[in-house]
Write a protein that binds this ligand. Sequence first.
Ligand SMILES: [Zn+2]
Length: 170
Amino acid sequence: MLSLLPLLLSAATLSAPAPKSASALLEAPDRHVRTLDGRVQRLLATGVKRSPTFAALMASLNTSDVIVYIEPMQTLPNTLAGRLLLMPLNSQQRYLRVQVALAMNPDEMISIIAHELRHAIEIADAPDVRNETGLVKLYERIGRKSGLPHCYETQAAQDAARHVRRELVA
Ligand SMILES: [Zn+2]
C-alpha cells in the first residue's frame, strides 16, 4: 500500500453508466469491486439493490481499469470510518484497497463504502495516477486537505455518501 485518503461520509450525482445487472456487479468473476468478507458482500448487495447511486458507483468502476478490494477493519486510526489505499502496481491494472470500520449500522457502512468508491472513481478517472506521488498530485488538485497528514477530502465523495444514505432510508 502506498497512501491513504481520508474519510468520511457523505455524496453526488454520477453520470450513471448503462445499468448493469446486479449479478454482473456482485458475482461475476471479472467484477471490479470485490471482497473476501461475507458481511461486506451482503452490504454491497444491499447497496446495489436499494440505492441507484450505489449501483451506479459499482457499475462505473466495473468499466474502469481499477479493481477495488474492500476489507472490514475492527479499528481504523483516529476517527476514520473508511479509507482508501493504492496498492503497488505490477501490471496495467490498478488495484485499490478500501478499508471500512465495522460496528456501525449497515446503512452507515454502505454509505461509507459509497464514499470510498467515489474516491476510487476519482482515481479511475486519472489514468496517470500510478503511485503515491501521482495520487498526492491528483488530490492536491481535486481535493482539500482534511487536517490529517496525507489526508484529502472531496466534495464528490461526501455527496456520494449523502445521496446513498438518503436512498437507503427512502
Ligand atoms: Zn473521503
